[in-house]
Design a protein around this ligand. Structure first.
Ligand code: KG4
Ligand code: ZN
Length: 354
């Protein structure tokens, strides 16, 4: 009887050890811009997704590359330790180390890549490089429901605005992108004109909720699937100059309506192009990703217009919209499964088309 119980206990223990061994455990690092993020993914689930944001840039109304890389240096080790602790995973449990190789700011990328290479070397683990923009798309596979292939993804961030056709996890084609500013930049630059803090996107989103979109701005005339936002910024600036010359308090008195109008214009431009791409490629699985996909106006426009057009729409949870290492870990999982590893000669790439 005692021997039976011991035997059962032994089998259970061996089973549990084997289960742990079977669970792919990854540590991922993201440092392409001004957020230092580290995530742990185990068995396909993001167990921790820690982000150390950098306040230093607020004073300057935009990301200062030199300050960003210095802050990454300070943040990287504490963020790695926090991510491991939160996930209750030890360094010895890791199967691989993943890192954003690009696109992004060189100094920022160097910190993440150098740390990841040293960490992988010290622990004798394989290294996986990840394209940040692909990872924004693959954030959709962090949590169910997952989009079905092929699907379209509007990837909108501070540095990019793209419509991507996704045929498989690692098989993507950019159908169209911006010829100048990104959608996030349009939000941030408008915010600067209005005297709002950086990053202005979330602030404009909040103010827009209390306003009416009663001002109209000119939409750009560009190629079918191209975007352009630099003209919009000039248009807003000219409009405000004219109004302020009549009433010096115009911005203060109408900031909510201005924000609602700017947000409406940006969302309309994005949705128009997304609709063209969906029709052209006969696709009804439609997703959004990137920092600007946190925008409430864009999220509700996708839901309402998507429902009217018979689309299945996908919006990532907030933690997977803005820059985060969780999405890097998800992308790395697919690369691990395909055996796509990097070696110690890997260097960051500031511009990296896929
Ligand atoms: O993806 P992300 O975190 O970093 C880049 O890869 O650029 O995107 C940052 C951008 C910023 O421009 C920020 O203003 C914008 O995303 N953003 C928003 C919102 N939350 C973040 N824009 C509009 N509405 C939001 N709620
Ligand atoms: Zn990003």
């Amino acid at each position: 009887m005692v021997i039976d119980t011991m035997m059962q206990y032994f089998i259970l223990l061996v089973y549990q050890i084997l289960q742990t061994l079977n669970k792919l455990t990854l540590l991922a690092i993201e440092s392409s811009c001004d957020d230092t993020s580290v995530a742990i993914l185990q068995d396909g689930k993001v167990l921790s997704n820690c982000v150390a944001s950098q306040d230093a840039h607020r004073l300057y109304g935009g990301v200062v590359p030199e300050l960003a890389s210095r802050a990454h240096l300070e943040n990287i080790i504490p963020t790695v330790l926090l991510a491991l602790e939160k996930a209750r995973v030890s360094k010895q449990d890791l199967d691989a180390v993943a890192v954003t190789r690009g696109p992004g700011l060189l100094g920022s990328l160097i910190v993440g890549v150098t740390f990841a290479k040293s960490f992988a070397l010290a622990l004798d683990l394989p290294l996986i490089e990840v394209n940040h923009m692909q990872a924004h798309v693959l954030a959709h596979f962090a949590e169910a429901p997952y989009p079905r292939f092929p699907f379209l993804c509007l990837t909108v961030s501070g540095g990019h605005t793209q419509i991507v056709l996704i045929k498989d996890h690692l098989d993507m084609e950019v159908l169209g992108s911006t010829i100048d500013d990104a959608a996030g930049e349009a939000f941030d630059k408008t915010g600067k004109i209005l005297g709002l803090d950086y990053p202005a996107g979330p602030i404009i989103d909040k103010l827009a909720k209390q306003g009416q979109a009663r001002y109209t701005f000119t939409k750009p005339k560009v190629g079918e699937l191209e975007f352009s936002f630099s003209g919009l910024k000039t248009n807003i600036l000219q409009f405000l100059k004219k109004e302020v010359s009549k009433n010096p308090d115009f911005v203060k008195e109408n900031v909510e309506d201005i924000c609602a109008s700017v947000q409406q214009t940006i969302v309309d431009i994005l949705m128009e192009k997304l609709e063209i791409a969906a029709r052209k490629h006969n696709i009804t699985e439609v997703a959004i990703a990137g920092g600007v996909s946190a925008n409430s106006g864009l999220r509700s426009a996708l839901e309402t217009r998507g429902a009217a057009l018979g689309w299945n729409t996908y919006i990532p949870a907030f933690q997977f919209c803005t820059d985060n290492a969780g999405m890097i870990a998800v992308a790395a999982k697919y690369k691990y499964e395909k055996g796509e590893f990097s070696d110690q000669s890997m260097k960051p790439i500031t511009r990296w088309a896929f």
